[in-house]
Design a protein around this ligand. Structure first.
Ligand code: PSU
Ligand code: MN
Length: 311
């Protein structure tokens, strides 16, 4: 436990509190993918599978959410099911939503931004997710840039993701990450992965071959960095969806969102749901597979970091 100002608002499960106290590796998991990212019941199955994946890798999973206006770090299975069933009826919490949600005593799924902030407050150094939010296509007119990018520059947490969906403008997303000073590190790749695809043609300046090297980079960032570090792990090859297949669907989803006037925090969940519809669920299968792979990698990095800290 830390003496972070957010600490009085945190509820850690006894298992997670004990693990953090003893230096046992812990991996944070987000919950917007449960409330707003995947349909019921696949959201619930996936959340449970991610926790199991983290445990299989020798770390303790800490799924983070807002429950009754408290920041829950580690969810009982009933709480997870309640959030999964609520789906979009629950709030979607980015960092800026946290204070009003505390006041309202509400339930919410936490985005990458909010999960990072809560994980840092709890003293958790590694967080695994699917895709981060980023700069949306057309941002030059809408100004739609996810708060995830600014938070990556502020919270000292290593985030494992599969890059970003190409519902986003990937070159602009990388530009903003560069401006914000966020280290982007390929996990066994020299290219920024595009979520459904292992490649994007966008070269990275940094890459690590394995978890031990990732943990060394993370430890340095935790010591003298000003924020987090983004590890990008390409999805498993078997689940790749060829760009030729996914691109027209993404373009159609983006155009429809604009035509229907979808704006603000609704844009990302709306696009995710539309994409699922347009790919007849294939995008969800890829999503679930890469989430599990990122949970596995998150556990590897957390275990390597614990080893490094103990030595
Ligand atoms: N991208 C995905 N799946 C997701 C999200 C993004 O492929 O579930 C979720 C994450 O929780 C992310 C959030 O932090 O959407 C970003 O929302 P916004 O673009 O409104 O910041
Ligand atoms: Mn947005």
């Amino acid at each position: 436990m830390t003496d972070h100002p957010m600490q009085p608002f945190l509820d850690l499960t006894p298992e997670i509190a004990a693990a953090l106290g003893k230096g046992v590796p812990v991996v944070a998991l987000e919950s917007t993918l449960v409330t707003h990212g995947l349909p019921f019941p696949r959201n619930l199955d996936t959340a449970r599978a991610l926790e199991a994946e983290v445990r299989a890798g020798g770390a303790v999973p800490a799924t983070i959410a807002v429950l009754g206006g408290r920041f829950a770090v580690g969810l009982a299975d009933e709480a997870l099911e309640r959030l999964a069933r609520a789906g979009r009826a629950a709030a979607k919490a980015s960092f800026r939503d946290l204070a009003p949600l505390v006041a309202a005593g509400a339930d919410a799924g936490t985005t990458v931004a909010a999960t990072m902030a809560i994980a840092e407050a709890a003293g958790i150094a590694v967080f695994a997710t699917g895709g981060i939010g980023g700069v949306h296509r057309g941002a030059e007119t809408t100004f739609d840039v996810s708060a995830d990018l600014g938070e990556l520059a502020r919270s000292r947490v290593g985030v494992v993701c599969a890059g970003a969906k190409s519902i986003l403008d990937l070159p602009k997303t990388l530009e903003v990450l560069e401006t914000q000073g966020v280290p982007v590190v390929g996990y066994g790749t020299r290219e920024f992965p595009a979520f459904h695809s292992r490649t994007s043609g966008l070269r990275l300046d940094h890459c690590v071959p394995d978890a031990a090297a990732a943990a060394r980079a993370l430890r340095a960032a935790l010591v003298f960095g000003r924020g987090g570090i983004l590890f990008v792990n390409p999805l498993p090859e078997a689940h790749e969806i060829p760009a030729a297949e996914i691109e027209p669907r993404l373009a159609e989803a983006t155009a429809r969102a604009r035509a229907e006037g979808v704006a603000g925090k609704d844009v990302t969940p709306w696009l995710l749901a539309k994409l699922e519809e347009l790919t007849a669920g294939r995008s969800v299968a890829a999503n679930m597979a890469l989430l599990r792979d990122n949970a596995r990698v998150g556990a590897e990095i957390a275990v390597a970091l614990a080893r490094l800290r103990a030595s």
